[in-house]
Design a protein around this ligand. Structure first.
Ligand SMILES: [Zn+2]
Length: 338
């Protein structure tokens, strides 16, 4: 870090723009969230409307907190070029194409803004604020509707040529396998993403209606209403089919994480997201799988753990991003003002 939080406390706002909801919160250098809110994104709206709405909420928050806000860090569920702060595209924000988010926010708020992919931001937050901060190599993988990853390597966000490194959800785990939303076949996401678990469950329930009776009942008798959450619920009630789907999901996710552990050699593999929240035993499957199949050299001292901070993970990540880049951003915003 470039500053000493004891003598120069920063206050920033962290923002997490997801396809379903947007979370924002004011955070101190010590990692204390002093104000926060969450609201539906409304992804069908034009990007402009989403940004105007967000800007108004940020402005209100900066007025209400009892300190001056120094900057803003934003995670977006999509492909972001960090140097320009442009959101190239987002599968979950269909109206966002080459949106100059940083420029828009800086112009509207007069604050230095840093924008990055949401998983990179979350990884940074887990590293910065985790109770086990003493490691410099970690990989964070969130399994929600999709599967995303962020890598901290040697104490730095791993970015890649155009800042898109870490998309571990689209590693092939099955050659010529299930169709993925990215256009490829056999991606990890096409097996363990929430949408893929739902798809697999629907196929299984359709193929054997007797075995699928529980899932179907929980979905109100309509096959199309079976979701990953339905599977999680049925699994909690010891339904055989749901348990089998969960077991297979653990197998697939484990296989994917073997590649991640071998590829990045982290000290911590941190798992989170809605699917892990609903089916926490996936953590154990992954751990067992990784310990058994990853290279022994890569699993020495490896810990597989759950992500911290729940709904505030994105806010804290955004704050960590803002604080990391504030000294640079300050001189940049000085240039903008001139
Ligand atoms: Zn894919």
């Amino acid at each position: 870090m470039h500053h000493d939080p004891q003598t120069h406390p920063f206050h920033v706002i962290g923002v997490d723009i997801g396809g379903g909801k947007i979370a924002l919160g004011a955070v101190s250098s010590a990692g204390e969230v002093t104000a926060s809110q969450q609201y539906p994104t409304g992804p069908e709206r034009p990007a402009e409307a989403v940004i105007d709405d967000l800007t108004a909420r940020i402005r209100k928050m900066t007025e209400e907190v009892p300190f001056e806000v120094d900057g803003l860090g934003v995670g977006v569920c999509g492909q972001v070029v960090m140097s320009s702060g442009v959101v190239r595209q987002s599968p979950n924000l269909p109206n966002w194409d080459d949106v100059p988010l940083r420029q828009r926010l800086e112009a509207a708020l007069g604050l230095p803004v840093t924008v990055a992919n949401d998983m990179k931001v979350i990884a940074l937050g887990q590293w910065q604020y985790s109770s086990e901060r003493a490691v410099d190599d970690l990989v964070v993988v969130f399994v929600g509707t999709g599967v995303g990853g962020g890598v901290i390597a040697n104490g730095q966000m791993l970015l890649g040529r155009d800042d898109h490194a870490g998309e571990v959800g689209h590693a092939t785990i099955m050659v010529d396998g299930r169709e993925c939303r990215c256009g490829n076949l056999g991606c990890l996401e096409a097996y363990v993403g929430g949408w893929a678990i739902a798809e697999r469950a629907r196929e299984a329930a359709e193929g054997d209606p007797r075995e699928g009776a529980k899932l179907l009942a929980l979905a109100g008798g309509n096959l199309e209403n079976i979701t990953a959450e339905t599977v999680a619920d049925a699994n909690r009630e010891d339904d055989d089919l749901a348990r089998r789907i969960v077991e297979e999901t653990g197998h697939y996710l484990g296989a994917g994480m073997v590649g991640v552990v071998n590829g990045f050699n982290p000290s911590r593999l941190i798992l989170g997201g809605g699917v892990l929240d609903g089916i926490p035993e996936l953590l154990e499957s992954v751990e067992a799988h990784v310990q058994r199949y990853a290279l022994r050299a890569c699993t020495t001292d490896l810990e597989v753990i759950l992500a911290e901070f729940g709904a505030e993970a994105g806010i804290l990540g955004g704050a960590a991003l803002a604080m990391q880049t504030l000294p640079n951003a300050r001189s940049r915003s000085g240039e903008l003002d001139a």
